[in-house]
Structures are given as structure tokens and as C-alpha cells.
Design a protein around this ligand. Sequence first.
Ligand code: ADP
Ligand code: F6P
Length: 468
Amino acid sequence: MARIVVVSNRVSVPSGDGGARAGGLEVALRSFIKRNQGLWFGWSGKVAPKSDTAVRSVEHNGITYITTDLTRADYQEYYNGFANRMLWPILHYRLDLAEFSSRDLSGYMRVNDQFAEQLHKVLQPDDVIWVHDYHLIPLARALRERGHENRIGFFLHIPFPPPELLTAVPKHERLILSLCHYDLVGFQTERDADNFARYLSNECNMPRRDDRTFIAGQRTVRLGAFPVGVETAEFNRLARRAMKSEFVQEVLASLSGRAQIIGVDRLDYSKGLRLRMEAFERFLEASKHWHGGVTYLQITPRSRSDIREYAEMERRIGETVGRVNGHFGEASWTPIRYINRPYSRSALAGLYRASRAALVTPLRDGMNLVAKEFVASQDPEDPGVLILSRFAGAALECQSALLVNPYDPESVGASIGQALSMPLDERRGRHDELVRVLAANDIKYWGERFIASLTQSPGEWAASRAAA
Ligand code: ADP
Ligand code: F6P
């Protein structure tokens, strides 16, 4: 068995804190790496003063974690700058928020080069390399330039927009075409893979063998959809146990019999938080009989707070919470409980199970693991209802959720009413269908499917394409 080398901006080095950091990439990779061992390389999360960056290596349960610090300039230009002020908004269809700077682009390229240089010191010729997310698009090219002919795959955890939007990125060909140095480029959904295929065909006139195999000079690049799942049975077990915990019991007691609606998201503009709160406001306006009978708990740890758009959004969400609570609240009832801190997975699982509905209404999301975690945590005899944005990748699998348009607070408000009054048989029917789909795409199959596609011979790949 070849060694698997995982590379991502974030690395989840075991810290004994129960894994409370928010972010889908870390959650998915933690689950993959614990079954596969190997090496995990990326940023330590630390910003070093001056250029005093350290590289650390830690062994834990057969896995080697190698992390490197970033300098302040790297952090500003690569992470805050090009990755999160240019690529993140564009890939989430938000051209209006994208800000291009040549300096950020060169910082982004520089850090990718530094990562390649660090990896160059530890790579072995038969390692299978799996690179993750938009921070590291040019990494394969930087490795190829150093002579590495290993199998290298790339997985994008966030959406890939249609070429009509992507071409708004200055110098987009240089960046996007560097994806063709990977042997396999994976996406969350077929829609994202189609968008990339259209980019290669229509924008770059790249020849292809079939709709998922392109010929880029001497190389062949494969495309595929590998929707990330969750640990379905494990989440259910965690949730059952957590219901008996002091923490969840205290939360339930504080509700005094009220129904709870839950939202769990990083504080990010892609999550549609303000419109979601307005939807709850519309629901309260239209449903006087629910006043005092329902509490909306929104758990939202801060994310990327050094970026201006994130700080502004935080302020506006705070104002919206204040307005709704000020207008509808009573001395004995706070309609929205808004919390900016992370919780352990087990605490979240318990809170999901203790909720009658979940509001998962991103304006655009690659997948959205919270939606799947909520479903996996429910009691099948008395399940809560998932209200899910049609613009989350998860909506393609979760067709039995209440699918909503997050830009329309009126209709999301109506769906909240529908969820809270949904008869038990309908809740069970929808839940059974959702669990069936999630179990068939458990996270345990995700990494294996990706690595299998990456390491298939051309004949096996062609046969699997023909069968698809
Ligand atoms: P994203 O990757 O954009 O943050 P996802 O919904 O795909 O969105 O993944 C978020 C992950 O982070 C989920 O596994 C979720 O449980 C976790 N998470 C979100 N909020 C919190 C929180 N407050 N505490 C701990 N984990 C969180
Ligand atoms: O899943 C999308 C993602 O951007 C990951 O790449 C990232 O680790 C996570 O969200 C959290 O964001 P950040 O790493 O910027 O804190």
C-alpha cells in the first residue's frame, strides 16, 4: 500500500480539546486520516513574528503531522488576501465582494511554492498525494516543477462556479489551468464538475477523451464528483449519549418546554445568517400563536475576523438579533439565542437531537455538513425537520428536506411554520429517506472512492466512466 500524503491549509493536529474547531474540511479529513494513516501537511495556524517560521513534526497513532507557520506577510497576502478576499467570494458566486490585488496573488503563489519546497524534503516516489481546497490550487504545478511524478489529486470543498463568473478572476487561466497538473480533480457535486468541464472546453478549447477526461499537453486530467458525507451511525450514537448529559439537560430545562430551532455555522457571509434571522422574524410576524413557544438557537463561532467583510457582517447580524429580540421578546422569553463559540461534536450532536428543526440556509455552499449531521443525530421515532437551502451541495442528496430559497425570507418563514407543525408520519417518512441516502454516502466511503479513482489505471477509469 502506498503512503497517503494529505495536504491542506488547515491541519487538525490532535490536541485533546475534543476537536471543537469549526470547518467542514478539518472534520472530513480527520475522519479520513484516522482510517488511513500516512502524513498530513499544512499550516500550523500560527503567524510567526518576522520570518521566524518553524516547521514541526508530530507523530500520533501512526499518523505524521507536519505543520509550518506563516509569516505576517504570508498570512495577509495568501490567507486573508488572495484565498479569502478573492477566491472565496468568487467561488461562492459573490463577484461583488471579490477584491483583486497582484500583491496578494504573488503572496498566494509564494506560499504554494514554500509548501511544495517543504513537501519536497519528505516525499517518496510512490506516495499518493491528496491536496485540499482553494488555498492550494497551484501546488501540483509547484511539485511537478520539482520533479515529482507521483499520483496527485485535488479536492475542492467549496463550490466551483460557472465559467461566466470564474473568468472575472484576473489572470484566471494561469491559476485555473494549473489544476491540470493534478491527475484527478474532485468536486462536491456533478454540477461543480460540469462547471469545470465547461471552463476547460469553452474557455480553453482543451481536447477531451470523454466528458470527465481532458488532455492537457502531455498529461491527462480526470474530473469527478465525490460528495462529502458524515459519520452517520457515529453521530447518532453521540447524539443519543449526549441527550443524557448535564449540558443538554440544562439547555432543555432552560427551554421550559418550548420548541427549539437550531442553526450551526461559521460566521461567514456565505451562510445567509442575516436573511435567515429575517426569515425567523417573518415567521414570528405571521404566527402569533408561536410567540413564547419557540426559541431559535444560532451557534456561530467567529471566522476570519481580520477580514473587513467578516467584521461588518458580524456587526449587522448582531443588530438583527437585537432588533428581533427587542421587538418580540418578553422578560421570560428570548426568541433568538445567539452564541459565538465552538462546541464539542458531542455537545452539537445533543443539541441537534434536542431541536424540532434545523435552519441550514446558505446562499451558496459546496456541501454543508451541518445539514447532514443534524439528520444523522435525530431520533428516528420522533425526528426533527431539516430546512435546507436549495443552493447547498447537500440539497442534491437531501431531496426529502424542506428545500427553500434563502433569498426569500417570507417563504423560509412559511417553511419554519410548516416544520414546526409537521405531522409525525410525514417527519418520519422524510427522515427515513434522508438517513437512507446519508448512510449510502457515509464519510467512510468518501476518501476511499477518491483515492480509488486517483490510482485507477486508464483502462479502469474508462470502464468506470462507461458504467457511470
Ligand atoms: P464550512 O466548511 O463552510 O464551515 P460545513 O457545514 O460543511 O461548513 O462544516 C462545518 C463543520 O464545522 C461541521 O462539521 C460543524 O459541526 C462544525 N462546526 C460548525 N460550527 C461549529 C461550532 N460552533 N462548534 C464546533 N463545530 C462547529
Ligand atoms: O470547508 C471550507 C473551508 O474553507 C475550509 O477550507 C476551511 O478549513 C474551513 O472552511 C474553515 O475556514 P478557515 O480555515 O478559513 O478557518
